[in-house]
Design a protein around this ligand. Sequence first.
Ligand SMILES: NC(=O)c1ccc[n+]([C@@H]2O[C@H](COP(=O)([O-])OP(=O)(O)OC[C@H]3O[C@@H](n4cnc5c(N)ncnc54)[C@H](O)[C@@H]3O)[C@@H](O)[C@H]2O)c1
Length: 319
Amino acid sequence: MRVLLTGGAGFIGSNLSEELIERGYKVIIYDNYDEYYQGKKFNLKNLAKRRECTIIEGDILDYEKTLEAMKKTDIVIHLAAQPGVRYSTRNPEKTFKVNVLGTLNVLKAAKKSSVKKVVFASSSSVYGNPEYTPIDEKHPTNPISIYGISKLAAEKICLIYHRMEKLPVVILRYHTVYGPRQRPDMAIHKWTKQILDNKPVTVYGDGRQIRDFTYVSDVVDATIKAMEKEGIEGETFNIGSGKPIEIIEVIKLLAEIIGKEVKIKYEEPKPGDVKCTHAEILKAKRKLNYNPKTPLREGLTNFVEWYKLYGSNYYTRYQ
Ligand SMILES: NC(=O)c1ccc[n+]([C@@H]2O[C@H](COP(=O)([O-])OP(=O)(O)OC[C@H]3O[C@@H](n4cnc5c(N)ncnc54)[C@H](O)[C@@H]3O)[C@@H](O)[C@H]2O)c1
């Protein structure tokens, strides 16, 4: 079985590609090494040596190239995106182009290539501020950021392709993923850098925001399960840890793991940031046999170890 991963050079994509190869799949990575942050070729260092892995540099906005790349694939995992809630406020056009038009191209090419399944990486951002918690998949979708709107639009296009074109699509709503290779614009990566550099940790708001941090290997496992499971086409699943925590507690835990005192610098909350993410994961547990395993302390320890080894290969261009 050949699996094509759009965005396979990124944080989740490179971790997922390695695990797919471990489980006996052939992998095609399709990625344009977008300039949002550096370090993506470094993510592929080990994968580039594997004969089970083909790497194609290409843009999902280039339909013909995307179609060409998909010719010999059975399954598509669509991860390529312009991520970043805050970035999307300043760059709505790029966010929409890549996340909406790019997704349309991927679906069109997947249909034309008769792929057996498309797994789409969506986000908890589609919910906006919760009306109740835990948030199940039936919760209203009222995104409060351009990024969230773009992901919701992409989800809707996936569902149209499923209903009208009979393309088998599964939607996964990932919740704040962390772990080795986490993007440098994400909170845990930035906090770790600030603590290790003996700088105060910047918190936007009062630090009481709640997040459902999900370890990357649990997300990888859920994605492979969704890819392999039959009879779930057209369905949407929350992929979270189901164990929400206030961000201030995560910062304290991170400082304890690193072994340093932490000072907090509070700043105004950023527009687009939701107050709480808290996934109801019963559906994924029941239908995918998803069972997130990594406790926060263990996941953070793994991240800090990775950061100390490789973190300097990454830098944040956008705050
Ligand atoms: N990391 C999270 O916490 C999280 C949470 C919810 C959803 N997601 C979604 O999961 C997916 C992967 O996220 P990530 O954190 O690994 O991000 P990432 O930025 O590390 O990975 C995305 C990859 O897509 C590539 N890409 C961007 N534009 C492209 C284009 N036009 N053509 C081809 N490739 C392109 C990038 O070069 C990058 O390698 C994204 O769709 C993201 O929206 C992530």
